[in-house]
Write a protein that binds this ligand. Sequence first.
Ligand code: CA
Length: 233
Amino acid sequence: MSRVLVVEDESAIAELISINLRHAGYEVTTAATAEEAQAAIDAVLPELVLLDWMLPGQSGIALAKRWRSQVRTRDLPVIMLTARAEEADKIAGLDAGADDYLAKPFSPNELLARIRAVLRRKAPEALDSVVEVGGLRLDPSTRRVMRGETEVRIGPAEFRLLHFFMTHPERVHSRAQLLDRVWGDHVFIEERTVDVHVKRLREALEPVQCARMIETVRGAGYRLTHPVQALSR
Ligand code: CA
């Protein structure tokens, strides 16, 4: 389930957005100030943030700029919400690093469509689309992994891990990044947890000869790769 952080000081609007997002299957956390938002991010990295521009104290713009400047939050998908529909404001929002910009009032359907569009671009593991890499086929909606006609038996944590690897192939991910992107938490979960689940994932992939797709990159982390020649049937 994808986590969305809603940063909005007007409680009625925050509530309305939350209800719509929960109805659409998202897990929602809310924050009413920049400080609360930062605390929420420090605890659990969400898949996406809806960020109100006008907040008491520090503005949404300042917050977005700070997130863009820090390694952990650099790629965090952010949609800016604002009551100001002028073009100059829109440009300022996008310049601050927002991925999209939505002027209030907006319809719930438009909000959901914008969220899906940003996730498709920046966090495809948060969507239900079928992914195929190197003969492996993963379907998030049915939670099944197949290679040809053979189903891969896999636990829920390994499924999420494999989903993330398959939507970001050939890139090296550190243990801290995997904790953030797969578990949402790089602070309270130990990095060794990643190693345990990678080991289980390889064991699950062994019967379909795909264990070698998960490579250990010494001193850096893990990477999913698909050396086609190694996958003889
Ligand atoms: Ca506001």
